[in-house]
Design a protein around this ligand. Structure first.
Ligand code: GLV
Ligand code: MN
Ligand code: MN
Length: 402
């Protein structure tokens, strides 16, 4: 890791300089077996990335502040100047995710600030949001939801990870919750992010919208019993209801042109030779509009309930987080796309902290090309040249906004 005392040149947007900074964080939290990243919020690798953030700030003589919600901010001048422009993203990953989703926006933010004149740089805050993926505590964009008041601090404090550790315990304090005193100083937010579909065939694009999406927990209940002795006709096996619901999810999504996935499941007691008493599965559903999303979730729920009736099992559905459609500031998106030479403006099905912020302040996103479109996987990738083009674009955008 680069030491805090190393002097820094104020011009770093070349592919080589991107590569150098990227190389500093690339090993952090990487699982050698899968090649993917395990960077859950407030675990050792994510804390190491936070140390790296502080070291980068120190190299640049920037001041680091936090908002009491786990979000970090770095400032070239006084913290939270009037008409602050925030830029950054998140360090945390999904389990065995790619290295670009999140950290690319933070590395690019530091490199872009390096290229701004001092007075412009003084208006920019580099931000690292906490728990964007919801990979540890279940609710995505938790840091930005807290900062903007979209989630109550009491609810966030009670969220628990798989080991039973509470969010407040991981944070080291009860979260502060909404910070209108800070948010009121923000004039604009720009998040640079790797593109996550197969939708961008030039190095950089601008976001138009985020599909409405959410997470619903399905609890399927039945009777634990012996796998060898319980007659097939006598079973109340929630695994069957779950399995049917997984298939129904896929079918309903295809029928409605939406995206829906059941990719996470826990089973109790999770024994080879015992019929389970509880199967808990999470539905991740996304659609281009809210009506389609609502109809999809309703259809999946109905299919699960009908099937539970036939299986003699129970099913309970709990929404854990639902994010409305985001339409990014269209005038800002067009202005930025035009200023960048007429780059594409495109929607995404992926959630982002910028989406949460967009409900409160003018917000834009820049996407960097992803040659295969693969994301949330070790195969996620962007070329150094495209990432450097992203830094150029971000520096240019920040220059126009400050
Ligand atoms: C975050 O990346 C999400 O879209 O789930
Ligand atoms: Mn992600
Ligand atoms: Mn992300």
């Amino acid at each position: 890791m680069t030491g805090a005392g190393v002097p820094l040149e104020r011009s770093s947007g070349t592919p080589a300089s991107f590569r150098d900074l990227w190389a500093e964080i690339a090993p952090i939290g990487r699982d050698p077996a899968s090649g993917g990243y395990l960077r859950y919020a407030f675990t050792e690798p994510e804390l190491a990335l936070r140390d790296w953030f502080r070291a980068q700030a120190a190299r640049r003589d920037m001041t680091v502040t936090d908002d009491g919600n786990g979000n970090l901010f770095a400032w070239s001048g006084d913290p939270w100047p009037p008409d602050t422009v925030l830029t950054g993203s998140h360090f945390d990953s999904v389990p065995h995710g790619g290295g670009y989703d999140g950290p690319l926006g933070i590395v690019s933010a530091f490199l872009a600030v390096d290229r701004l004149p001092r007075d412009a740089a003084a208006k920019v805050g580099v931000v690292a949001f906490a728990e964007e993926e919801g990979g540890r505590f279940g609710v995505p964009c938790l840091g930005s939801r807290l900062f903007t008041g979209v989630i109550a601090p009491d609810r966030a404090a009670e969220l628990r990870d798989a080991a039973g550790v509470g969010f407040a315990e991981a944070l080291g304090a009860r979260p502060a919750g909404a910070r209108p005193d800070l948010l009121g100083r923000v004039a604009a937010v720009v998040e640079l992010h790797i593109e996550q579909g197969r939708n961008l065939d030039v190095p950089v694009g601008v976001a138009s919208a985020i599909w409405p999406h959410g997470r619903w927990r399905f609890d399927f209940t039945g009777d634990a019993d012996h796998a060898g002795t319980t007659r097939m006709a006598d079973r109340r096996d929630p695994m069957l209801t779950f399995a049917y619901t997984v298939l129904a999810t896929n079918k309903e999504a295809r029928l409605s042109g939406a995206h829906a996935t059941m990719a996470r499941v826990t089973v109790h007691p999770n024994a080879t030779n015992a019929i389970p008493s509880l199967v808990r599965g999470w539905l991740d559903a996304r659609a281009a509009d809210a009506a389609t999303l609502d109809a999809l979730v309703e259809a999946v729920t109905k299919r699960a309930v009908d099937r539970a009736g036939r299986d003699g099992t129970g099913v309970r559905v709990e929404p854990e987080s639902v994010s409305p459609e985001v339409a990014f500031d269209a005038r800002l998106a067009e202005r930025l796309a035009g200023a960048l030479g007429g780059v594409p403006i495109l929607p995404t099905g992926a959630g982002h902290d910028a989406g949460v912020l967009s409900g409160h302040v003018p917000t834009a996103m820049l996407f960097v090309r992803n040659p295969t479109g693969v994301s949330h996987s070790p195969a996620e990738h962007a070329t150094d040249a495209d990432c450097a083009a992203g830094v150029d674009a971000l520096a240019f955008v920040l220059g126009t906004l400050t």
